[in-house]
Design a protein around this ligand. Structure first.
Ligand code: SIN
Ligand code: FE2
Length: 209
C-alpha cells in the first residue's frame, strides 16, 4: 500500500501549528478508502446526532474502532456501541497505516470518526476534547468535495485562518494545535468526482481512551 501514499517528505503547509499534507493520498488510495468506508457504514449506518442543546447536526456520522464519538441530549461522548447496539467495525488497515505514517505517535488510535457532509452541511468551531488524554495527536483525512476548514487558537475568540481542504489531504493536529478550535464553514458540493453523488467524507483518527 505504501506506493499509494505520497509520504511525509513532501512539502507540508502550516496552518497555525497544524500540519497539512496536500494531496497525500493518490487517487487510487482515495477510491480504496471510500470502499472501506462503505463497508463501515453497512455495519454501522450513518446517523445525524442531536447536540446536548437539541439541535440536529447537519453532518452525518458513524465510527470504527473500540469506541465511537457520538452526541445526544445527554452530551458528547465516546460510545462502545453504535446506536443499533452493534459493536463498531474495526478501523480499516489502510486508515491505520495513514496514522502510522503521519501522526508521529507511538501507538495506534482506538477511534475513527467518519463524517459525511452532504449539500449545505457544516461543522461549527469546536475543540476535540472528549478524549481521556488530549496530548495524543488527531489525524484528519479529507475525501470528496472541497471543504472550507477554519482553525484558530485554544480560545474561541482567537484569530482564525481558512483553507480549502481537498480530497486526499491529510491534516495533523498536534502540539499546541491539538486543542485548537476548528470547523468546516461550508463545502463546495459537487467539486470532486470521487463520490458519484457528491459530498465530502472526513475521517478523524484519535486516541480516545
Ligand atoms: C471534525 O472536526 O470532526 C471534522 C473536521 C473536518 O471535517 O475536516
Ligand atoms: Fe474536530
Amino acid at each position: 500500500m505504501t506506493d499509494l501514499f505520497a509520504g511525509t517528505d513532501q512539502p507540508s503547509v502550516d496552518l497555525l501549528g497544524a500540519t497539512l499534507w496536500p494531496g497525500w493520498l493518490a487517487a487510487s488510495a482515495q477510491k480504496a478508502l471510500v470502499a472501506d468506508l462503505r463497508d463501515v457504514a453497512k455495519r454501522a449506518p450513518f446517523q445525524r446526532y442531536e447536540t446536548p442543546s437539541g439541535a440536529r447536526m447537519s453532518v452525518q456520522m458513524t465510527a470504527a474502532g473500540d469506541v465511537g464519538w457520538m452526541t445526544d441530549r445527554s452530551g458528547y461522548r465516546y460510545a462502545e456501541r453504535h446506536i443499533s447496539g452493534a459493536s463498531w467495525p474495526d478501523i480499516p488497515e489502510a486508515i491505520l497505516n495513514i496514522w502510522r505514517a503521519t501522526s508521529g505517535a507511538a501507538r495506534d488510535p482506538d477511534s475513527c470518526l467518519v463524517n459525511f457532509y452532504g449539500e449545505g452541511a457544516r461543522m461549527g468551531l469546536h475543540q476535540d476534547r472528549d478524549e481521556a488524554n488530549t496530548t495524543w495527536p488527531v489525524v484528519s483525512i479529507s475525501l470528496g468535495d472541497d471543504g472550507l476548514f477554519r482553525i484558530g487558537g485554544q480560545n474561541r475568540g482567537d484569530p482564525t485562518v481558512s483553507h480549502w481542504l481537498k480530497s486526499g489531504d491529510v491534516l495533523v493536529l498536534s502540539g499546541a494545535a491539538r486543542l485548537a478550535y476548528h470547523g468546516i464553514d461550508r463545502i463546495r458540493f459537487g467539486s470532486s468526482g470521487l463520490l458519484p453523488d457528491g459530498g465530502r467524507l472526513n475521517i478523524t483518527l484519535r486516541v480516545a481512551q
